[in-house]
Design a protein around this ligand. Sequence first.
Ligand SMILES: [Zn+2]
Length: 301
Amino acid sequence: MSKKDSKQELRKIFNNTVLVGLLLAVSAIWLAVAARPDNLLHIYFCDVGQGDAILIKTPQKRQILVDGGPGDRVLKCLSEALPFYDHTLDLLILTHPHADHVGGLIDVLRTYQVEKVVFQQTPYKSADYQEFIDLLEEEGLPTFKVVKGEILALDQQTRAEIWYPLSENELELLGASIDPYDGEDVNDSSIVFRLVCGDFEALLTGDAPEQVQKLLLEQGMVKESAILKVGHQGAKDGCDEGFLKKVNPELAVISVGANNRYGHPHQETLEEIKNAGVELKRTDQDGTVEVISDCKTWWVK
Ligand SMILES: [Zn+2]
């Protein structure tokens, strides 16, 4: 190679390096701009297969994860919804300890810096749940239980109104047949809360079955909500007709895996939603469902 050739070769390498550098810088800026806070409320019903994982980003940049689904698919949802440099969650809420809600939280606790955790400490034996509890202890994370009537301020405009579980005292006074504290059917222990920001509401029900929904109806607890996360992957017991009428949602979301062995969602539940004239989104058909609100109105991305 002549001196001239090698100079040209060097220049070529230099130009290519500059080009790659520029491309990387533009991509980083684009990603950061795409993920920048926009003062809107975002709810991501993550497509995690058969289970629930719901990420809430409040207008004032609080990041709350409700359940983690099974496996590690929740990590993909989080990485797509949050800026690539952001590995923080202000609050983690576990509705109840079944594997299709707690499983993914193990990876989340290992990958994300979590500030606080809400869960009911329901007595329940499973390897996933035990690992979750061990990790919380290892990391010394502050944990909290919740009970009906409590309000969690998520930011200055956004709050979570806890509807369920009722306190042990209240359940006893009512003579209720459900015991969310005994660890027998832990769907009965699902935290149910309504997320409220201005005029917008979304009701998250975990796997709360019909008998819990009926109890809430009897208690006069049930209020309207624009969005309803249908209980228990749209199972037969996931959607009481009276409850659905009272909530009167504009959009119902079912978080469910394609061709799951449980036959979720159940045909009856789908018909109830259809007959009520409610729009339906399903994570098995629509992928991750992102609802956005300016705390007045809402839309699906
Ligand atoms: Zn469950």
